[in-house]
Design a protein around this ligand. Structure first.
Ligand code: NAI
Length: 355
């Protein structure tokens, strides 16, 4: 398939990659386990219409490695994993997720999984019937994950504002939220409750109307979402939103949202820094769901969302302070911190400078 998988695994320090196929459902999937030195691997199930299996495999490796970074920064006794399913219109979802549940069970707790793009409550229920290592969306599970994510984003945003101005001062703040889905709407609620002025951009008109009628927010055209003057731009839709074009348009002082991989490329974080726009690294900011899920599975407790938010806020304070001391982009500092921690637990020396 043109991908030297063992070379790639050795380069990135992977432990295991499993190719899954199930005759009955047509399931084709990859399960990556990046690191279990500190504890079991955690990572959701992404179901996506990949062009081919090479693309799916690369995504699986990239995402499972990113989960190790996320666990390290969140200071969890866990590592990264990911299960990536090649979506297909003929895929029988019930049988496919049943097969996934059996595969996860066979790993005996080395890998815990849960929701991600393409995997919601219905799919998780099928997998949960086969194993306890899948996060149950029902009352037996850890509880609302999106709420934990929204609280983490809110507290991380507060940390960013304190870093910029020494105070949060919500009543004088304007926040543009891109995407009023599970996380965006919950974030909007927290902000309006503190008196912030919230603009929401949502491409689904029904969803936009529903959230706007519930909360005191103003809707804006998604075509203008990145260019509105505001204190904070909060990307809570899809990744890659800060790229060559949007970077020049942004008229905010802080970028802080839930979306994964907000920066199209690492250098866009450097360019934000040059433009004196503070960037809250997404993989720390959006780790609320991971923290909630991991503590539930590892310690059997449902961590209250305010505790999760405080934890993320404190971690963000540290990253912003170090970034300021060294005049470095916060994303670079966060990646370096994560890599330092991973190297320490692997008993290695300090890794090479962050690329
Ligand atoms: P969601 O699917 O419920 O909401 C996303 C919303 O964004 C949808 O309503 C969609 O219509 C809208 N949208 C898509 N493109 C848009 C655009 N260009 N402009 C305006 N609106 C747009 O997803 P959810 O759960 O709220 O997650 C949001 C982001 O946060 C995703 O990137 C997700 O991967 C990430 N995330 C979510 C976590 C969670 O606990 N739900 C945990 C960690 C990351």
């Amino acid at each position: 398939m043109g991908t030297h998988i063992l070379d790639a695994m050795a380069r990135e320090g992977f432990e295991e990659v499993i190719a899954l196929h199930d005759r009955a459902s047509g399931l084709r999937a990859f399960l990556g386990i990046h690191d279990t030195l500190r504890g079991p691997a955690f990572g959701g199930i992404r179901r996506w219409g990949y062009l081919d299996e090479r693309q799916a495999l690369i995504d699986c490796l990239r995402l499972s490695r990113a989960m190790t970074h996320k666990c390290a920064l969140a200071d969890l006794p866990a590592g990264g994993g990911k299960l990536v399913v090649l979506d297909d219109p003929d895929l029988d979802l019930e049988l496919a997720y049943t097969a996934i549940g059996r595969a996860v069970e066979r790993l005996g707790g080395r890998f815990y999984t849960g929701p991600d793009v393409g995997t919601g409550e219905a799919e998780l229920e099928y997998a949960c019937a086969q194993t306890r290592y899948v996060t149950s969306p029902g009352p037996a599970g850890p509880g609302q994950l999106a709420d934990a994510t929204a609280e983490g984003v809110f507290q991380g945003m507060a940390s960013g504002l304190r870093h910029l101005d020494g105070e949060e001062d919500w009543e004088r703040r304007t926040v543009v939220i891109q995407g009023l889905g599970e996380v965006g709407a919950r974030l909007a609620k927290r902000l309006t409750q503190r008196g912030a002025r919230v603009f929401g951009a949502e491409i689904d008109p029904d969803r936009a109307a529903e959230v706007a009628s519930e909360l005191n927010i103003e809707l804006v055209d998604p075509a203008t979402e990145t260019s509105l003057p505001c204190d904070v731009f909060a990307p809570c839709a899809m990744g890659g939103i800060v790229h060559d074009v949007t970077l020049e348009r942004l008229r905010c002082r802080l970028v802080a949202g839930a979306a994964n991989n907000v920066l199209a490329r690492a250098l866009h974080g450097d360019r934000l820094h040059e433009r004196q726009i503070l960037y809250a690294p997404d993989f720390l900011l959006n780790s609320g769901a991971l923290i909630r899920g991991a503590l539930f599975h590892l310690e059997g407790r449902r961590e209250p969302v305010d505790k999760i938010g405080e934890r993320i806020g404190r971690a963000m304070d540290t990253i912003f302070a170090r970034a300021a001391e060294e005049d470095l982009p916060p994303a670079r500092v966060a990646i370096r911190e994560a890599e330092d921690r991973i190297s320490r637990w692997r008993g290695e020396g300090r890794p090479e400078a962050v690329r």
